[in-house]
Design a protein around this ligand. Structure first.
Ligand SMILES: [Zn+2]
Length: 475
């Protein structure tokens, strides 16, 4: 039985031929893997040539959609028996998110390489407890091919010993940051199919009422077949409908931070993610960071250098200092024509879409959903649904396309439980129960093998700034 999209990498195997990265990258033990083919590896992005992907029979789609809930296995024990947990060995670290460390591991149940994310310092205080529970529930909620979701959660110990949470997700080969800084050629076709998938995932998140708040190239995972997934929901939160409620400014890596956040607006919405995508679009075209400043003030200066001095109406929600800084400076005319010089790929169509995303006033910025309707993305949509997606399929007579190319979430993500969470202990009980209930009736439960050589290192590893950020009041 296929497990969580197994075989997905073959779907476009002939579109990007010659990539055996997966075998080199995901070795099980240290003796078989030269470090040079590991972390620094980048996807083999050869130019797409084939008009269509490998034809698949419709029945092959069953059980491999979206990487959502774990698939029941035929060898699962009867309900009356408690299955023995299968032990998994940490392999090596592959990344550090906003809050957590990610390792590559082998799932002992099927030998498949997956990613294991350790969420540390969960029960340090109520703020971190709420944040981790929110991220965990989001990862279990997501069912979309361009959004990373939880495949499984490791069996927690008894509640007295319960300190950390381990989540299993699909293992991706690289991320967009590594691709951009690599010497791999990036064609217009690549950029279009990447941008299409980013916006497709973002439309889904926003339709669920979720703001990602840290969209950057490093949080966009990619495979050598160009499949892309948005990851790291450590800073994500539910959209705040009440404009009088203050939201934290401690979001978004500075280079991708929207002007309203830089100007200290106390309330913001999904437009901050669209700004980040605009910055990434320009970075894909120019192969360098669009606004690379040393400080938030300089960041704002670089933005106004390009877009010109914003109108007063765009400064209405800015903090006093930011408004004064902009008004005190010289009046700058817009210089958007420099965007044509990013690269040969900066066509009129590309720059037009870019200029709709990089709008200073969030109320006038294009939405992720509307951006998908821009003609620049037509080819990316066609390419994605011709040979990369899980929602369409080929039959001998041709391709059968889905009715909805960019689906929204079935329902909004609910966070009402957060208000009733009043203590760390209560949160611990709630999370313990959530994980236990999530596992019930599913596959053989997993735990980490404590005898493994890498176990001690893995247990000690923590996110480099998790304790620093989690102490801040986060809203
Ligand atoms: Zn499709």
């Amino acid at each position: 039985m296929a497990f969580h999209g197994a075989g997905r990498q073959n779907v476009c195997g002939d579109l990007f031929p010659g990539s055996d990265l997966g075998h080199k990258y995901f070795c099980v033990n240290s003796s078989c893997g030269a470090p040079s083919t590991g972390l620094s590896a980048t996807p083999c992005l050869t130019a797409p040539t084939a008009p269509a992907g490998t034809p698949r029979h419709p029945t092959a789609l069953g059980g491999s959609t979206g990487g959502g809930a774990a698939v029941p296995q035929p060898y699962s024990n009867p309900a009356s028996e408690v299955p023995s947990p299968a032990e998994m060995e940490p392999d090596r670290p592959i990344g550090y998110g906003a809050f957590g460390v990610v390792w590559s591991v082998t799932d002992p149940r099927d030998g498949r390489k997956v990613a294991l994310k350790k969420m540390p310092n969960v029960f340090q205080n109520l703020v971190s407890c709420k944040r981790v529970f929110r991220e965990l529930r989001m990862l279990c909620f997501f069912k979309h091919d361009n959004v990373l979701s939880a495949l499984d959660i490791l069996q927690p110990p008894q509640i007295d010993c319960f300190e950390e949470i381990y989540v299993i997700t699909e293992l991706m080969q690289s991320d967009l940051h590594k691709v951009i800084v690599s010497p791999q050629p990036l064609t217009t076709d690549h950029i279009k199919v990447f941008l299409y998938q980013i916006l497709r995932g973002l439309k889904y998140l926003h339709s669920a009422g979720i703001l990602h708040r840290d969209i950057k190239p490093g949080n966009l995972l990619v495979n050598s077949n160009c499949l892309l997934k948005i990851c790291d929901f450590g800073l994500a939160r539910v959209e705040e409908p009440d404009p009088s409620r203050h939201m934290t400014q401690e979001v978004v890596t500075q280079y991708y931070r929207a002007p309203e956040v830089l100007m200290g607006c106390r309330h913001y919405g999904s437009a901050i993610d669209v700004w980040s995508v605009g910055c990434i679009f320009a970075e894909l075209l120019g192969r360098r960071i669009l606004f690379q400043a040393q400080s938030p003030i300089q960041q704002l200066d670089l933005i106004t250098d390009l877009l010109g001095t914003p109108p007063l109406s765009a400064l209405a929600l800015a903090c006093e200092g930011a408004r004064a800084h902009i008004l005190r400076g010289p009046h700058k005319p817009p210089s958007l024509s420099v965007l044509y010089m990013l690269s040969d790929g900066a066509t009129h169509e590309a720059v037009h879409l870019l200029c709709r995303m990089l709008v200073f006033d969030p109320a006038k910025r294009i939405s992720g959903s509307d951006a998908l309707s821009h003609p620049y993305l037509d080819e990316g949509r066609l390419r994605y649904h011709t040979c990369m997606c899980q929602c369409c399929y080929s039959v001998p007579s041709g391709r059968v396309y889905t009715r909805d190319f960019e689906p929204v979430a079935e329902r909004p993500f609910s966070h009402s439980y957060e208000n009733s969470l009043l203590s760390v202990w209560q949160g611990k009980e709630l999370i313990h129960r959530f994980i236990t209930e999530h596992q019930q009736g599913k596959r053989v439960p997993l735990c980490i093998n404590p005898q493994s050589a890498a176990f001690k290192t893995f247990i000690r590893s923590t996110a480099w700034h998790s304790s620093k950020v989690s102490r801040k009041e986060e809203r």
